[in-house]
Design a protein around this ligand. Sequence first.
Ligand SMILES: C[S@@+](CC[C@H](N)C(=O)[O-])C[C@H]1O[C@@H](n2cnc3c(N)ncnc32)[C@H](O)[C@@H]1O
Length: 203
Amino acid sequence: MNYSEKKTFFDELAPQWEEMYDAQKLMRINTIFNNELSFLKSPVLDMGSGTGILLPEFYSHFNHNSFILELDISADMLKQAQKIHPVNGVKYTQSDGHYLPLKPESFNSVVCFQVFPHFYNKQTVMKEIFRILKPAGYLVILHLMGHRELNEMHRQAGHAVKKDRIISAEKMAEHLEAHSFLLNKTVERKDLYLVTAQKPSLL
Ligand SMILES: C[S@@+](CC[C@H](N)C(=O)[O-])C[C@H]1O[C@@H](n2cnc3c(N)ncnc32)[C@H](O)[C@@H]1O
């Protein structure tokens, strides 16, 4: 599926996107951030940020001098993010995760929340993330369901994403190691997919 079809698909979803998040789902995200991701440091890149559902988490987690970059192919998602979560220390960029318009070794954390299946070339994205992470920087790949549930959901979610897939967390961990990441955590169950990895501090 080409870039512009996917962009249009997500642009159209942008106005109603946050309706998918009820109080229970927001609480789950908050618990995951508090219990599993408290090590994250600014500057942070929120890849496929959508309408900025993670902004309250980042904002409460980091101090006020933090830098958060919301990156998405969908301009309408980013517009919604600015409207719904008007917070300081945040920049927005309409960009493709395969070609990050960012300097090498410029971020301490990259969070991919519910975006990885949508990358058509996951190897390229892994290389880009590795490039822009500082030594010892963290990568998080997070979903609120397992890979089978996710793949089934996308199969039924509409033409632009129906072929978008993700491999198991275990296999993802192997791919990340093959791309020189150090693995920290791999958890997968029906209601969670969490892989955290780190760029080595000395290369
Ligand atoms: C399922 S939504 C998740 C949005 C947000 N992370 C959330 O969980 O609410 C996937 C997002 O990734 C974006 N996206 C898809 N392909 C992308 C790419 N190649 N580069 C950057 N963003 C992309 C879409 O526009 C969409 O906003």
